[in-house]
Design a protein around this ligand. Structure first.
Ligand code: SAM
Ligand code: SF4
Length: 338
């Protein structure tokens, strides 16, 4: 069964009326660090290169979907900056008619060297993941070194012209509490917007438990104790997952992405394309729709759009993490694209 406008150019709408206008595109499952809440430390089996979508294949998927209303893209991974010459993909994506916003999420390790080429390629927005400013904790989390390089990467990105860089930090109990105030202080002083993302059951080592989530409400309390009451900022975009707040002194704002404690599934407008060309309708989806086989067998644009609509039509109302029958996806975050 397909939705009524399945072969036409109508928007991509699911059974609950959610219109899909955004796509997260993973360009690799590889990474240069090993965050324990995402990847295994040892013996990671990465996808062979031939299984990964080429830049041309990614661009052609976006060209097929932008006439259906997909206008916002986020490039992710794995670590997207380990993919050679990523700026070339960005340059081609920003040039596609209808694409209004292309953003990138990176761990920042390779940012210092690539910031200029990414900016010149037309990348609109940059998110850098940073959980701590403490070198020894950084090494405990990532099981690699590199904090100084991340900080240099952020500085360089600002120098070449990126404005409104966001920092993403994990919100994990017994890990994040001590990092909140230093990170907030750093973000405020450096004109960065800090956002905390609740720890989700997508870690390859399967250590997630509900008690390990540090809720956005707890983070808000810690911030308010240190900086005064936070004032909610009205969202201009209903599909925006972060709840944003302004500091009492007007010096910047902070975002809380409460994916576990306050799911925002009802306004989800996102599709996800994995590095090997599978389409997912949710981070927690246990099914995937293969676009790569269609692309490589010369299928028509209509056939590919039809598969995209099938994927979206099967989207569940919510991720159901708190349900008794919740089933983790077989893939971890680095294999899906966060
Ligand atoms: N490597 C890049 C990076 O770290 O920014 C992009 C990919 S990473 C999977 C994207 C985001 O997912 C990061 O901000 C990371 O902190 C977040 N993430 C990874 N595993 C997570 C988990 N189990 N729960 C919540 N967020 C997670
Ligand atoms: Fe790599 Fe990003 Fe996963 Fe950390 S969160 S291991 S940086 S893909």
């Amino acid at each position: 069964m397909t939705l009524g406008n399945s072969e036409g150019l109508g928007p991509i709408v699911d059974r609950f009326g959610r219109v899909h206008t955004a796509m997260r595109i993973s360009v690799t499952d590889r990474c240069n660090i090993r965050c324990f809440y995402c990847m295994p430390n040892e013996s990671v089996r990465f996808l062979p290169n031939k299984e990964i979508l080429s830049f041309e294949e990614i661009v052609s998927v976006v060209e097929m979907l932008s006439p259906l209303g997909v206008k916002k893209l986020r490039i992710t991974g794995g670590e997207p900056l380990v993919r050679s010459q990523l700026y070339k993909l960005i340059r081609n994506l920003v040039a596609i008619p209808g694409i209004e916003d292309v953003a990138l999420t990176t761990n920042g390790i390779l940012l210092k060297d690539q910031a200029q080429s990414l900016y010149e390629a037309g990348l609109h927005r940059l998110n850098v993941s940073l959980d701590t400013l403490d070198e020894s904790l950084f090494e405990r989390i990532t099981r690699r070194t590199g904090l100084a390089r991340v900080l240099q990467g952020i500085e360089q990105a600002q120098n070449v012209g990126f404005s409104k860089i966001r920092l993403n930090a994990i919100a994990m109990a017994e890990l994040t509490e001590t990092e909140i105030v230093p990170l907030a202080d750093f973000a405020r002083k450096n004109n960065l917007e800090l956002r905390f993302i609740e720890f989700m059951p997508l870690d390859a080592e399967e250590s997630w438990q509900p008690g390990k989530v540090l809720t956005g409400a707890a983070i808000k309390g810690i911030i308010e104790d240190a900086f005064g009451l936070l004032e909610p900022v009205e969202s201009t975009e209903p599909s925006q997952p972060a709840r944003n707040f302004r500091y009492a002194d007007g010096m910047g704002q902070i975002g809380l992405i409460n994916s576990v404690s306050e799911p925002f599934c009802s306004s989800c407008n996102r599709l996800r394309l994995t590095a090997e060309g599978k389409l997912r309708n949710c981070l927690f989806s246990t099914t995937e729709w293969d676009l790569r086989d269609l692309l490589r067998s010369g299928a028509s644009v209509e056939a590919i759009r039809h598969r995209v609509r099938e994927c979206v039509e099967a989207k569940k109302q919510s991720h159901g993490i708190d349900g008794h029958d919740f089933q983790r996806p077989a893939k971890a975050m680095y294999q899906i694209g966060g």
